[in-house]
Design a protein around this ligand. Structure first.
Ligand code: ZN
Length: 250
């Protein structure tokens, strides 16, 4: 390429980069800040999801955002009224397992009264399989990840919502593509399409990957990416999570 052409192209490139970072900043400004917000981060359940490692990564992000974080490895935190009465957001990363009646009632009441609830992958979308009220609150339930670990594309379905605004479609590799049973009420922000390479009869099925919903006065945010802690390092995944946490916060 000739130097003259390069001289012409560099400002154009810089202009595009500036436009794109402006879009990011604008989207960011539309969402409330997590500064000084009280976040309860609960982790546990099936060890295959390395809940502690993922929760610690999320905790680091939250602290950088200025949030006050209570990290707990017990569902008993939901019944600790002193902690719960200050909560603005609950982030749960607890795959499968069981929750007691008092714990689920405390969680439901908190969200119904306006505390935000957010999470990802099995930690929110595959917890307490025998509890239908819990699934009613989340808006979707994991049923299978055909093919195990695969590469797949995530399509941004909403360019206006500040959670996805300015983000481009992206790829994730060697991880689980969640097939979920969905509540038609949810507001879908991103999707994935099944290729049919595993289970031919689901070829072309468009499945929500990221959504928001409401339970009582509480805002609920979900992202299905995040089988392993390293999945959270993808730029878009991290953006979706941080923005989703900010959106869901009371
Ligand atoms: Zn998984």
């Amino acid at each position: 390429m000739k130097t003259a052409t390069l001289r012409l192209l560099i400002p154009v490139f810089c202009f595009i980069v500036t436009l794109s970072s402006n879009a990011q900043e604008k989207a960011s400004a539309e969402l409330p800040s997590l500064k000084n917000k009280h976040v309860i981060l609960v982790y546990g359940g099936w060890e295959g999801h390395q809940p502690k490692a993922s929760a610690e990564k999320i905790q680091e992000w939250l602290l950088k955002e200025g949030a006050q974080v209570t990290l707990s490895d017990s569902l008993g935190v939901y019944t600790q009224t002193e902690i719960m009465k200050h909560a603005d957001l609950i982030i749960q990363h607890w795959t499968m397992g069981e929750i007691s009646n008092t714990q689920i009632k405390a969680l439901e009441n908190a969200v119904k009264n306006g505390v935000g609830l957010a999470g990802f992958h099995g930690g929110l979308g595959d917890a307490f399989r025998n509890n239908t009220e819990y699934q009613y609150m989340i808006g979707g339930q994991f049923v299978k990840h055909p093919g195990g670990k695969v590469d797949y594309k995530v399509t941004i379905a909403d360019n206006i919502n500040p959670i996805t605004k300015g983000l481009k479609d992206f790829k994730v590799s060697h991880t689980e593509q969640y097939y979920m049973h969905m509540d038609p009420k949810v507001n879908v922000l991103a999707t994935t399409t099944f290729s049919g390479a595993h289970d031919s009869w689901i070829k072309g099925v468009v499945m929500p990957v990221c959504w928001t919903t409401q339970y009582g006065k509480g805002k609920v945010f979900y992202l299905s990416i995040g089988h392993q802690p390293s999945d959270l390092d993808t730029y878009e995944t991290r953006q979706l999570l941080i923005r989703g946490f900010r959106w869901a916060c009371k």
